[in-house]
Structure formats: structure tokens, C-alpha cells
Design a protein around this ligand. Sequence first.
Ligand code: URA
Length: 228
Amino acid sequence: MRLDRFLANNTSLSRKEAKLLLKEARVAVDSISISDPSYSVKEDEQITIDGEVISVLGPGYFMLNKPDGVVCANSDALHPTVFDLLDEPHSDLHVAGRLDLDTTGLVLITGDGQWSHRVTSPRHECTKIYLVSTNEFITEQMITKLEKGIFLEPEKVRTKPAKIELLRPDQMLLHITEGKYHQVKRMLHAVDNAVDQLHRVQIGNIRLDEQLAPGEYRPLTTTEINSV
Ligand code: URA
């Protein structure tokens, strides 16, 4: 990995700030001052800034309770993003399974691309559980159709079998193993109902921590990381 990238990945410095420190000869690799940002860091080398050892942070794994009106994107001209809510030195973080602007609840954020692939790829069939409040009462017929799978027009595919736990006439827990664009809203629309409120409570075995108020986050535990 390039030295400037190593510094940006493992400290709160941006790449630009890292380059400045390198120029000022404040960075050393195994006690030898290095100013070249493209220097390739080897695994066993010790990097210091002003003599202080920089430890490797790892990719980072977090759960966030997304509030309404926050966007799951790296930047947005109109709305705050989930990354505005994170105060972490990790760079290269991304969302493993986006939620719509008006959907609330569990969002997983990581720098580990292979891990997030296991969360989102349809092949891994990682179950997502949504608390869905609907405009109309949920009938037996709707439940049967939703559980069997809904034919989605533009994709010309049927959604995979779902599981429903009815909590109230107008509220259910919906378990699905895919994450197609607006999937839950489109599924409800297809059975002549509509989503009033959508809240994600679980991904695989990772359940949204009830201690987290909307907008709060915490690192995942090792058990949660390894469960995916
Ligand atoms: N399905 C939707 O329609 N929206 C979401 O945000 C998540 C799942």
C-alpha cells in the first residue's frame, strides 16, 4: 500500500494532509525519514509520525441507527449522509446495503469489501428483517402473495420467498433475503398496499442495538463481524 494511503487509512489525516507531513519530513519508515507518498509500505514495517508509532486500524465495522432524512451515500448536495454521523479515522468506509432516505434503522458500515459482499450479494441469501407499517390492513391474501414471491416488472424476476410475522393488522415483520431497489415498497405496491413506515431491525444475525438512539452508532462486536 502507498505510504500516503496507509497514513490516511490508519489516522484521521486526509491523503492531502498526509502528503504535507511527508513533505515536512515528519514521517519515518523503520526510523528512516521518507517523503515519497508513493513509497510502498511492507507488512512488517513500522511507520511513525513525529516518532509516534501508527498502528494498523483494520477495515472497521459499525452499526448505525439511521434516522429519517439521512442518505446512504458518500456525499449529497441536499441531505446529511450517514458518514456525517460517523466520527471515525477510517477512510474507505462504505454502506453494506443502503436504505432509502425515509427508511430508518439498521445500517452496516465497513471498509471490508468482501464482508459487505457477503451481506449484500443475493447468492449469500443474508436475511434482512424489516418492521413494515402499512397504509391498508394486511390481508391473508397479501401475506400469501408476499411470502410466495412478487413478480417485479422491470427486472422480470420473482422475489425470493419471504417470511411474514403479523404484529398488528397494519404492521408486520418482513424477512427477505434480497436487497433490490425499493424492494419492500415495490412488494407492498404489487399487492395493492403501501408502506407507511419502514424500519430495518436485523441483517443476518446482527440485530439493531436498542441502546442506539436514531443517529447513534457503535462498532460491531467480534461475534457480530464473524456471524456474516
Ligand atoms: N426496501 C425498500 O423499499 N426501501 C428500503 O430502504 C429498504 C428496503
